[in-house]
Design a protein around this ligand. Structure first.
Ligand code: 1GP
Length: 230
């Protein structure tokens, strides 16, 4: 679906739902508004775990037709009632658990499940504050001005066989990913490019698409303002 939309020059939008920040009522309210939001897919995941992720997915499935893609902050956020999973390799970091360790633990479960596996090169980019993903993953982000390192890392991800590249400033980031970095990474890869983290204004979305992102991810902005897209 992602590739077909790119072929038709369709820029794509993801809304990130963090199960810990929602309750049944807020999820239902969100689903009622979904047709007014330009959204193609839902990502479900977060850094901590206060409730069973499957419950959140069930509510979203019952009340919307959008594909639900797991965006797991940890192995505890894998559930086979979603449609797909971003199988993240945190290739900007050097923590073996997020490069291969967790993948080995989850491998048998994922192979038996019906989840569509989306192998994703996940690049954490410095964004002006220490984000949850930086702290929890115990990895150093790529400095925001080191465009050559981001490009080389993205190329390495693609030639290793990863099917998507994700430039991540981190949820609630102070600064979005450097637009020049998005542009250069896009020029150098042929797999779809996802960009997210810290997007607070509508006009930033257009700039990020223009720089080359195929998919933009919005989380915090919509959590803070339910009329963000209206
Ligand atoms: C985080 O890129 C996503 O993984 C979304 O970030 O919550 O800052 O929109 P925000």
């Amino acid at each position: 679906m992602i590739l077909n939309k790119i072929k038709r020059d369709k820029k794509q939008m993801v809304i990130l739902i963090d199960p810990d920040k929602e309750n049944n009522a807020s999820l239902l309210k969100f689903c009622k508004k979904i047709n007014k939001i330009p959204v193609d897919y839902l990502f479900v995941g977060g850094s901590l775990l206060q409730k069973n992720i499957s419950e959140t997915i069930n509510i979203l499935k019952k009340n919307s037709d959008l594909p639900i893609i797991l965006f797991p902050g940890s192995l505890l956020q894998i559930s086979d009632n979603a449609d797909a999973i971003l199988l993240l390799s945190l290739i900007s970091g050097r923590n073996p658990d997020f490069l291969i360790g967790n993948h080995v633990i989850a491998a048998n479960f994922l192979k038996k499940s019906k989840l569509e596996i989306l192998p994703t090169g996940y690049l954490l980019i410095e964004s002006g504050n220490i984000t949850s993903v930086e702290y929890i993953s115990n990895t150093k982000p790529i400095p925001r001005n080191k465009i050559d390192i981001a490009v080389a890392t993205a190329i390495a991800g693609e030639i290793l066989g990863l099917k998507l590249i994700y430039l991540e400033a981190g949820s609630g980031a102070k600064k979005i990913v450097n637009l020049k970095m998005i542009e250069e990474v896009k020029k150098n890869i042929s797999v779809p490019l996802i960009v997210g983290g810290g997007i607070k204004r509508r006009n930033e979305i257009d700039k990020i698409y223009k720089a080359g992102a195929d998919i933009v991810v919005i989380g915090t902005a919509l959590e803070k303002n339910e009329n963000f897209f209206l």
